[in-house]
Design a protein around this ligand. Structure first.
Ligand SMILES: *Cc1c(COP(=O)(O)O)cnc(C)c1O
Length: 379
């Protein structure tokens, strides 16, 4: 058995090497490194895949979130509702733009933002809500969108961990994650479900005017070269990354299926264990398992990680410190705020290896050893 990894990009590459090598060579041969034809083609293909009108590529997922908030024209001090339990980028861009992050608590089962908590956090100053489809599980969007609509607040989806996932509305309509908010954002960081071979990101929207604005902001505020209409930034997806992404997009559904199959294996192996809660499968969404994240009860999690490492099994804590406890965001936290579920998740979650290349032998080795370690450490 090969060395186990949280994500195995090497084996994935080996399977698509001829296609990838050819696509990269083609970009080099044409030397259209920035703004080459693959960028537009990829944007079009991803728009079709997601069922949205526009995909605007940019340099990374953090930029996508920043540019989205800039395009909404928010003013310093405006409040933006976000979960605290997320990758820091979601909240960091809010603070960077001198907006005020307002943290809401999580749902203990789904690991996504609690809608009641959002409801109580809304004030007249709330100018955006950023649901994060954490670990690949879609937020229950219908009630969130209804609430946002009632208060006329735009919703920006952070879809960096859930691309390829779906959400089914109560009326049976099924759509792709990232296509429901006024803007959806994603990251093509290599380890993401749709990852490139460097940095990359994109924004999605169905709104003509907003698409134009996002495009302009990503390109120094210009529509016509050298005529700058607003302050923007320089955020581009380079052509080599777009060429890689075109190939990987054609495999995305199969990659999501492979992740789900691995999750199914783990779920079965850990079912009904008194100390382990396997990930909740919401009936309204198709989980794409960017992470396979369990809750451990009554067990020393550090010891579990250490014993797994002794058996060459990597594991991770996503995330060891939620945003509202980060020094970076000190000025936005309120000592009286109660984020009990977030605190609970901080203490109990653990993520096991999940990726597109896990074999049955590897899954069996991980599951068997994980159960043994848990058994040894049960109090
Ligand atoms: C990865 C990630 C981002 C940021 O993407 P980068 O491409 O690394 O800038 C934002 N939000 C979430 C939830 C992420 O997982």
């Amino acid at each position: 058995m090969q060395q186990l990894q949280m994500v195995d990009l090497k084996r994935q590459y080996q399977k698509i090497k001829p296609e990838i090598d050819k696509a990269i060579q083609n970009v080099i041969d044409n030397t259209a490194f920035i703004g080459g034809p693959d960028v537009k083609q990829f944007a079009g293909e991803l728009a079709t895949y997601l069922g949205v009108k526009y995909v605007i590529p940019c340099a990374n997922g953090t930029d996508a979130l920043q540019i989205a908030l800039m395009a909404l024209g928010l003013q310093p001090g405006d409040e933006v509702i976000t979960p605290s339990f997320t990758y820091i980028a979601t909240v960091e861009v809010v603070a960077l733009l001198r907006l005020k992050p307002v943290f809401v608590d999580m749902d203990a089962d789904t690991f996504t933002m609690n809608i009641d908590s959002v409801k109580s956090a809304i004030t007249p100053k709330t100018k955006a809500i950023i649901p994060v489809h954490l670990y690949g599980q879609c937020v229950d969007m219908e009630p969130l969108l209804a609430l946002a609509k009632e208060h006329n607040i735009p919703v920006v989806e952070d879809n960096a961990q859930a691309i390829g996932g779906t959400y089914t509305y109560p009326d049976g309509r099924t759509v792709k994650t990232g296509s429901m908010g006024i803007i959806g954002c994603t990251s093509f960081f290599p380890s993401k479900n749709l990852g490139c071979y460097g940095d990359g990101g994109a924004m999605f929207t169905n709104h003509d005017a907003l698409a134009e604005k996002l495009q302009m902001i990503a390109n120094h505020g210009q529509k016509v070269k050298y005529y700058h209409e607003m302050v923007g930034c320089n955020s581009r997806l380079d052509t080599i990354q777009a060429a890689v992404l075109r190939i990987k997009l054609s495999h995305l559904d199969e990659y999501c299926d492979a992740r789900r199959a691995a999750a199914d294996y783990y779920d079965k192996a850990f079912a009904n264990h008194p100390n382990i809660t396997t990930p909740y499968r919401a009936p309204y969404s198709k989980h794409v398992f960017h992470q396979y994240t369990l809750k451990l009860e009554g067990i020393d999690r550090d010891a579990v990680q250490q014993k797994l490492a002794e058996r060459d099994i990597p594991s991770m804590i996503y995330y060891p410190v939620p945003s509202h406890k980060q020094n970076m965001l000190k000025e936005f936290t309120d000592a009286n705020q109660n984020l009990a579920v977030t605190d609970m998740l901080q203490d109990k979650v653990i993520s096991l290896p999940i990726h597109t290349e896990l074999t049955e032998e590897e899954l069996s080795y991980i599951a068997k050893n994980f159960l043994e370690v848990v058994e040894q450490l049960r109090k």
